[in-house]
Structure formats: structure tokens, C-alpha cells
Design a protein around this ligand. Structure first.
Ligand SMILES: *[C@@H]1O[C@H](CO)[C@@H](O)[C@H](O)[C@H]1NC(C)=O
Ligand SMILES: *[C@@H]1O[C@H](CO)[C@@H](O)[C@H](O)[C@H]1NC(C)=O
Length: 268
């Protein structure tokens, strides 16, 4: 070995020794050993990061109107799915429930509610869950917020509006829970583009004491339910429960970021 090649080997040595040892993980019951990246993490962590990037680029490039046009075949399938649920329901309603408590230094229940009504919430919505495609909200003349949404749950990719999100109407929808421990609540119909009400959304928020959970900061509890006719399969409700918990976490995190960065100035 020449002197020169010994020198270049020595130059390489710090990198060789600094490299993390191979990483072993079990996927689908099989063992995989990998190395290369400076920071070795489970495959799912790299893959989720890349999936978020790809979805974000696709959604932004195609845009809301392009997505609505491209997804028409899926939207038609979802319309059929919901009409079948309604036709096979007995008149009783069942919920898909998801709850989450977030411990974030700058978030309170009233701040989360105010952020949720701001344009920042629409902007965050497409990243709140991979199955979010479109959300745009307009303020109606009577002050009610009307949202147009394309969203999927386990592939049931639905185009709908929420035309009346506001104080829960327990006369029209007596199945909505009272939840007296939640001071901030809103509800609204989920309406297919043909005018059919296929669900009712109910979101409640409250402050919780960090000390009750061994946490440094007080927390915010978000309790979301979507009510459907009892013809819906529990397997579908389970997709929605999973979806809701992802959404609660990501939206609470984004609200915290927007307050921390000063993009959102909480009025309280
Ligand atoms: C956010 O929390 C940090 C840490 O508690 C605090 O210093 C800061 O003033 C808070 N900002 C707002 C806008 O509440
Ligand atoms: C506002 O108008 C919309 C659309 O007509 C209606 O669905 C909603 O119930 C109204 N809200 C109130 C508070 O009157």
C-alpha cells in the first residue's frame, strides 16, 4: 500500500467509524438489516416523510378544482356508498368517535376554537390527514361558515359540504351528546353535493389540567364525533376513528406552530 493510499484511508476513517451500526427491524414478520443514512430510523419514518412530500406536491400541483375533477370516479363510488348506508339504516344514528388530549405550551381550548375558524385551519387541513384533498370555507351572509370538502376514510372519497357549522341543534339532532363538561361545541350537517344529509359532525373542546396527567403544561382535549345512519359498517367507523385521531394531533400541532410563530395572534 502506497503512502498516498494510507493517507486517503486515514481521511476516510473518521467517517467510517462515525457511521452508525447497521439497523435491524422486523417488517411483516421478516428481518431486514440496513445501513447508509447518518440517522437510522424505522422504514416507516422515512417512508411517511417521503409520502407527505409526494402528496403535498401532488395536491398543490393539481389544485382543488383539478382534484375534484380527477377524483370524480371515486366521488361517484362514495355517493353510492352513502346512499346505500342511508337506505339500509333504520332511523337510528351511530357515532365514529375520536378523542385526543394535546399538551402544548401555547394552546388552550378557546385558542384552538378560534384558530379552527381562521383561514389557517383550511390551509393546514390538507396536511392534517393524507386522505384530505380539498377544504375551502366561505362565510355566508348570515355569518355561518360553509365548508366544501373532499375527504376520504379508508378510500371512501367523499365530496360534501358542511353548510351550517355552529351551535349544536339537539332539536333536529337529538342523538348529539350533551357533554356538559365541554364548554366549546359546534356541530353541522355533512351534505353530499346532491343535497343528501349523510352525517352530522360534532366537535367539542375543553381545557384539562396538566397536573392530572403528570404534564408540565395544561392540555386541550378535542372530542370529535361523526354520526351516521346505523346501516354503516363498524369497519368503516373504525377507519374514521383512526382518521380523527391523526387529524386531532396534526391540527393541534399546527395551531401551536401558528401561535408560536406569530402567524396566528390569539385574541385571548
Ligand atoms: C408560548 O409559550 C411560551 C412558553 O411557555 C411563552 O414564552 C410564550 O409567551 C407563549 N406565546 C404565546 C403567544 O402565548
Ligand atoms: C345560514 O344560512 C345557511 C344556508 O342557507 C343555513 O343552512 C344556516 O342554517 C344559516 N345559519 C343560521 C344561523 O341561520
Amino acid at each position: 500500500m502506497s503512502f498516498k493510499s494510507i493517507l486517503s484511508l486515514a481521511a476516510l476513517l473518521p467517517f467510517v467509524t462515525a457511521q452508525a451500526s447497521p439497523y435491524s427491524e422486523t417488517i411483516d414478520g421478516y428481518t431486514f438489516i440496513k445501513s447508509g443514512p447518518n440517522v437510522l430510523l424505522p422504514k416507516i419514518q422515512y417512508e411517511m416523510k417521503f409520502a407527505h412530500t409526494a402528496l403535498s406536491i401532488l395536491k398543490t400541483s393539481i389544485g382543488p378544482d383539478g382534484l375534484i375533477a380527477a377524483l370524480q370516479p371515486e366521488i361517484k363510488k362514495a355517493d353510492t356508498f352513502w346512499h346505500d348506508v342511508i337506505d339500509s339504516s333504520t332511523g337510528s344514528w351511530v357515532p365514529a368517535d375520536g378523542r385526543g388530549i394535546a399538551f402544548l405550551p401555547n394552546l388552550t381550548a378557546i385558542r384552538f376554537a378560534a384558530w379552527s375558524q381562521s383561514p389557517l385551519a383550511d390551509a393546514a387541513n390538507n396536511d392534517a390527514n393524507p386522505e384530505h384533498y380539498v377544504k375551502r370555507t366561505i362565510a355566508l351572509a348570515n355569518g355561518t361558515l360553509e365548508s366544501e370538502i373532499v375527504e376520504g376514510w379508508g378510500g371512501v372519497t367523499t365530496h360534501f359540504t358542511i353548510p351550517n357549522y355552529g351551535t349544536p341543534d339537539r332539536v333536529k339532532n337529538p342523538f348529539l351528546r350533551e357533554l356538559p363538561e365541554f364548554p366549546i361545541q359546534a356541530a353541522g350537517d355533512k351534505v353530499l353535493m346532491d343535497g343528501t344529509i349523510f352525517g352530522v359532525l360534532h366537535i367539542s373542546v375543553r381545557d384539562v389540567k396538566g397536573a392530572d396527567y403528570g404534564q408540565e403544561h395544561d392540555g386541550v382535549e378535542i372530542y370529535a364525533s361523526v354520526w351516521y345512519g346505523d346501516g354503516v359498517a363498524d369497519a368503516h367507523l373504525e377507519e374514521e376513528r383512526e382518521h380523527i385521531t391523526v387529524e386531532i394531533t396534526n391540527l393541534a400541532l399546527q395551531a401551536q406552530k401558528d401561535i408560536e410563530s406569530g402567524v396566528f395572534n390569539p385574541p385571548f
